[in-house]
Design a protein around this ligand. Structure first.
Ligand SMILES: [Zn+2]
Length: 62
């Protein structure tokens, strides 16, 4: 009887969990909430909400 089995490595921690020492994603430059962009993203990062508001602002200007 072959009882060998593969020990699967522990599942990685959920990405949605807050990581001590800093969030995994860049902060929104307006509301400081985590964005969908990684911290390595260059330039201003906006969360989906602020991004949407900025887009509407730009579309309405002029
Ligand atoms: Zn925001």
């Amino acid at each position: 009887m072959d009882e060998s089995y593969c020990a699967t490595p522990a599942a990685p921690a959920s990405a949605t969990e807050a990581v001590p020492g800093g969030p995994p994603y860049a902060e929104c430059v307006l509301c400081r909430k985590p964005t969908e962009y990684p911290e390595s993203t260059r330039g201003a990062t906006l969360c989906p909400v602020c991004e949407w508001q900025e887009a509407g602002r730009t579309a309405c200007s002029g």
